[in-house]
Write a protein that binds this ligand. Structure first.
Ligand code: PLP
Length: 381
């Protein structure tokens, strides 16, 4: 059987990883500023993480959600404590799309409505309502297109107000837009969305799947604003590579038996992985490190005077490569062995482990400078 060929692949085969580094099957070493798409939060193969999953696997790896699993409660308590949302409730699932799907479902159950407001350049996943609220018609199949979704430009309060009404079940917004090219919602805009959701009885869903888990320097990026969303979705950094997603649910929303469900969500191994991630984030002060390293990278990149702006917060950064440097991502990868992310058409995205060091940042900055020098035409005077 062949694989269903949907991914454009780099000709690189990683076989080992540690911290911010990867090694391929030829023994070549790569600096990972992509984190497998913002997934690696505490660093590859962190010893505490490896130990926690291995220990759990030797005890029990899986049983169903029809029995008690105290690890789920332990994870909910730890996540509440580290995120500042102790009074919320946690529903565990397996991926980002699934988290958003469940959040929109809860909003629809609670309000009895079906209309969703989402934003231009948004990405919320590839399943039913998640892909329908993603601003990319190419990946929306006819079966997904029947959802009732209204897109408006990010940070445009007037455009938002023109479509907001009492038919809206939920407003879904990324803490920082990732796939769309690193666009940050303004604090005043988030405050406005919260106020309007309250006024019209709609639910505010913060998709923190990419921007959460400390990446922005706060546990969730929306915590730079003074809001308390009805639903917050997480995945990616939550398991540092072990598949797990979650929905944090406001205490006013009451569950009923059978309202949501999953076979694999909240399994023992996923909980062990997610608990280890939170313990390491806390013990190693990774949120502070993300902010400090992010500021250092942002200032250093801007001081090169090549990029017109640098967007993002903490270790979720994006800058647009000018036409002359359009091969930058490939040059970084193939000439300097540095993985970065990309957004169409020319945004370089940095999504490294939150444990990135100053030396690793400098390694990247030197590689960047070298790529830029190579594609810069010397001035004639
Ligand atoms: C903001 C955001 N939401 C949702 C998703 C979907 O997550 P998953 O691929 O785990 O379904 C992504 C993935 O890139 C994302 O960046």
């Amino acid at each position: 059987m062949k694989l269903f060929d949907v991914y454009p692949l780099f000709p690189i085969t990683p076989v080992r990883a540690s911290g911010s580094w990867l090694w391929d099957d030829q023994g070549k070493k790569y600096l990972d500023l992509y984190g497998g798409h913002a997934v690696i939060s505490i660093g590859h193969s962190h010893p505490k993480y490896v130990e926690a999953i291995s220990r759990q696997l030797n005890a029990i790896g899986f049983y169903s959600n029809s029995v008690q699993n105290p690890l789920q409660q332990k994870l909910a308590e730890k996540l509440g404590e580290v995120s500042g949302y102790s009074d919320y409730q946690l529903f565990l699932c397996n991926s980002g799309a699934e988290a958003n799907e469940n959040a929109m479902k809860v909003a629809s159950f609670v309000t009895g409505r079906s209309k969703i407001i989402a934003f231009r350049k948004a990405f919320h996943g590839r399943t039913s309502a998640a892909v329908a609220s993603t601003d990319n018609p190419k990946i929306v199949a006819p079966i997904n297109a029947s959802h009732h979704i209204q897109f408006v430009p990010l940070n445009d309060a007037a455009a938002f107000d023109s479509v907001m009404n009492d038919e809206v079940a939920a407003v879904v917004i990324e803490g920082i837009q990732g796939v769309g090219g690193i666009h940050v919602p303004e604090t005043s805009f988030l405050n406005h969305l919260e106020k309007q959701c309250r006024k019209y009885g709609a639910m505010l869903i913060l998709d923190e799947i990419q921007s959460g888990y400390g990446r922005s320097g706060k546990f969730f990026a929306h915590q730079y604003a003074d809001i308390r969303p009805d639903l917050i979705t997480t995945a990616k950094g939550m398991g540092n590579g072990f598949p797990i997603g979650g929905v944090l649910i406001h205490p006013d929303i009451k569950p009923w038996s059978g309202m949501l469900g999953t076979t694999f969500g909240g399994n023992y191994l996923a909980c062990a992985a997610a608990l280890a991630v939170l313990e390491v984030i806390e013990k190693e002060n990774l949120m502070t490190n993300a902010l400090e390293m992010g500021n250092y990278l942002a200032e250093s990149i801007l001081s090169l005077n090549v990029f017109s702006e640098l967007r993002g917060k903490g270790l979720m950064l994006g800058f647009d490569a000018p036409e002359q440097h359009k091969t930058l991502r490939k040059d970084l990868l193939f000439q300097h062995h540095v993985f970065t992310g990309e957004s169409s058409p020319n945004t370089i995205r940095l999504l490294p482990s939150l444990a990135l060091t100053r030396d690793e940042s400098d390694f990247f900055l030197e590689a960047l400078q070298s790529c830029l020098n190579q594609n810069t035409v010397p001035s004639s005077n």
